[in-house]
Design a protein around this ligand. Structure first.
Ligand SMILES: C[S@@+](CC[C@H](N)C(=O)[O-])C[C@H]1O[C@@H](n2cnc3c(N)ncnc32)[C@H](O)[C@@H]1O
Length: 206
């Protein structure tokens, strides 16, 4: 895997300081795949503080005429409503100041001068799938409950073109197993990354 050194350095320098979960290694994988298939349209469901979205934005800027759409409502009630895990529900209520996290994401997207390549949609993913006709790269990392994760797969995966790439986060969680099964009906597994406390997978649409 080889991506331009300035992007690798930026990811390793900035991403660990941002709130969120996507690791620098996973960000590098995302950049690599976007550059490999010259993705014109990438969609990131679940922006949080911007780790995955900003990394994808670095790749879009490198391509020049590409764009990343980042979707997130930054709303505690919505995050709680679509989380099946009682600990997760409490975490969103007690620990996640989503107004602050949204401000942080916007500040960092602008600080990296990415506004031409990263468009943020503050909404639930289920309200904006109709905005897209063809998607080259999709990252599903929004609500992790069974219903919400299946809905993201059922509404967005049909829009991913054949040969396009799908990133799915937290593929070992009990709540995402049905979504993983749906993905595997349409995609081939390219890579599994075992990261601290989680597993994520990269697929290619058939
Ligand atoms: C695991 S975090 C995303 C982490 C992020 N990709 C990163 O790189 O750190 C999940 C995000 O999904 C968002 N979310 C919850 N429900 C959603 C929905 N219905 N549509 C889109 N995003 C949603 C939450 O607000 C939260 O910011």
């Amino acid at each position: 895997m080889s991506i331009p050194k300035h992007i690798e350095d930026a990811i390793n320098h900035y991403i660990p300081h941002q709130d969120g979960w996507t690791t620098p290694e996973r960000c590098i994988e995302m950049v690599d795949r976007i550059l490999e298939i010259k993705a014109q349209v990438s969609v990131d469901i679940g922006v949080f503080a911007g780790r995955s979205t900003i990394a994808m934005g670095f790749a879009a800027r490198e391509l020049g005429n590409a764009i990343v759409y980042g979707i997130d409502p930054w709303h505690v009630g919505i995050a709680q409503e679509s989380d099946d895990n009682p600990e997760g529900v409490d975490w969103w209520k007690d620990k996640a100041d989503l107004e602050r996290i949204h401000s942080q994401a916007m500040r960092d997207i602008w600080a990296h001068n990415l506004e031409q390549w990263v468009v943020i949609i503050r909404s639930r993913s289920e309200y904006c799938d109709k905005l897209f006709t063809e998607i080259d790269v999709l990252n599903i990392d929004g609500a992790h409950g069974k219903v919400a994760s299946c809905r993201d797969v059922m509404t967005y995966l049909p829009k991913v073109r054949s040969g396009g790439v799908l990133f799915m986060d937290d593929t070992a969680w009990p709540s995402t197993q049905e979504a993983v099964k749906l993905i595997e009906q349409q995609c081939d597994l390219v890579r599994t990354m075992n990261e601290p406390n989680t597993e994520s997978r990269t697929y290619r649409k058939r």
